[in-house]
Design a protein around this ligand. Sequence first.
Ligand SMILES: Cc1ncc(COP(=O)(O)O)c(C=O)c1O
Length: 367
Amino acid sequence: MEVTHRDLFGPGPTNVPDSILQALSQPTIGHLDPEFLRIMDETGERLRYAFQTSNALTFVLSAPGSIGMETSFVNMLEPGDKVIVCINGVFGGRMKDIGERVRAEVITVENEWGTPVDLGDLERALVEHPDAVAVAFVHAETSTGVLSDAKAIAALAKEHDCLVLADCVTSLSGVELRVDDWGLDVVYSGSQKCLSCVPGMSPITFSTKAVEKLKGRKTRVQSWFCDVGLLMSYYESGEKTRAYHHTAPVNSLYAMNEALRLVVDESLESRWSRHSEAARHLYARLEAAGLQLIVAEEHRLAPLTLVQIPHGADDASVRRNLLDNRNIELGGGLGKFSGKAWRIGLMGQNACVERADLIADSLLAEL
Ligand SMILES: Cc1ncc(COP(=O)(O)O)c(C=O)c1O
């Protein structure tokens, strides 16, 4: 089998560094093999650094980012619990859907697509619903290219004694994220975005307060696979007591271990600056060519830029030509932005000025 090399400038997956692909092709061993358990422990340590947390319960779920969302909701919410969900794009909407499926009472705070979560609106909802137990929001909304103020959202939620559930799928290691300093209780991400790893894994972390909430549950977690109480027997216990829960994706976890090693080696601060510098270069290139960016500068998400499709350009043919003629993937608009905007990802390995030039040159050549 031979797969064509593509340059991936969509909303993820992004290109995967060679050292990660090499890690993936190491020999498969058993998921209870002591050697593998040591790799998992090391991965947990590296992940704590990436999340900026000392949370003991920090590990990698064996499925894509959506399982992080589902795991957060099913473990933190019991039927009838009230949760405030902030919606400013597709993924906030998905949180609402999952909240309803776990039979929580979902209160929504809705903001215009292309704008961040509004703190005033959130505060009004918190005052109106003093019985809410949690606030959930998307730090980096990949459908709109907007970054919300996670630190301020968490501070507000804490003032009202709510747990904070944060979707950091497109922010982890791409923009500033400090789980402990900001007081985030459950934070999950995805492997295929700024970590530049292969898709299919979801790093997650739980604060002490989140673990207390879990231990105090009166009802069983609504999902067997996502029940963190059961998962803990595999991820948290020592070598001798570690018990089978499910068969971990051994080789993918080697890849995650290597992806996180690259984060540690580079340092988070350098990685955040690299994403920001690449994005600023892209903005300048696109705006100089007369293209319009959808999101106001102060709310832009460096790893993902939304550009308005110019009048006269055919969305599908531009993207198809880029793929067929140049092996370049450009992201289409999602939800309300479908057919109206392109999404340009500069994530992980691709977050550099040279790659920003490649996508800018290629897109402009196709217009
Ligand atoms: C913000 C956000 N949350 C959740 C998800 C779901 O992740 P996955 O597609 O890996 O299940 C995505 C995927 O793009 C995302 O961007």
